[in-house]
Ligand binder design. Structure first.
Ligand code: FES
Length: 108
């Protein structure tokens, strides 16, 4: 299995983002309201803002600075001002371990 343990499943709070840095890549890890774990690039594509400081709303993570909401499934912003997507990473759950390989992005 490739990737590193980035945090424990029990470290995640439902509908909140948890910022991790793996191999120099900042990633926002989100446990959504349905219990699924998502991982998307943590840096907003509109500015140097950490998306983990924003708000989880359904299957989106909203940047607090200017309100672009990024899909946790596709990484795409659903509204302006951001228009470039953030990467979406594969997540493996093994017991309480949340494992992410930052080199493994999803094709979406
Ligand atoms: S910095 Fe994120 S929407 Fe402007």
């Amino acid at each position: 299995m490739s990737g590193s343990r980035v945090c424990g499943l029990s470290d995640l709070v439902q509908d909140e983002a948890h910022r991790v840095v793996v191999d120099g890549v900042a990633i926002a890890v989100v446990l959504d309201g349905k219990g699924a774990v998502h991982a998307i690039g943590d840096t907003c594509t509109h500015g140097e803002i950490s998306l983990s400081d924003g708000f989880v709303e359904g299957e989106t993570l909203e940047c607090w600075a200017h309100g672009s909401a990024f899909s946790l499934l596709t990484g795409r912003p659903l509204n302006l001002p951001a228009y470039e997507p953030v990467p979406v990473f594969e997540v493996t759950i093994d017991g309480d371990d949340v494992i992410i390989d930052p080199a493994l992005t999803k094709e979406v």
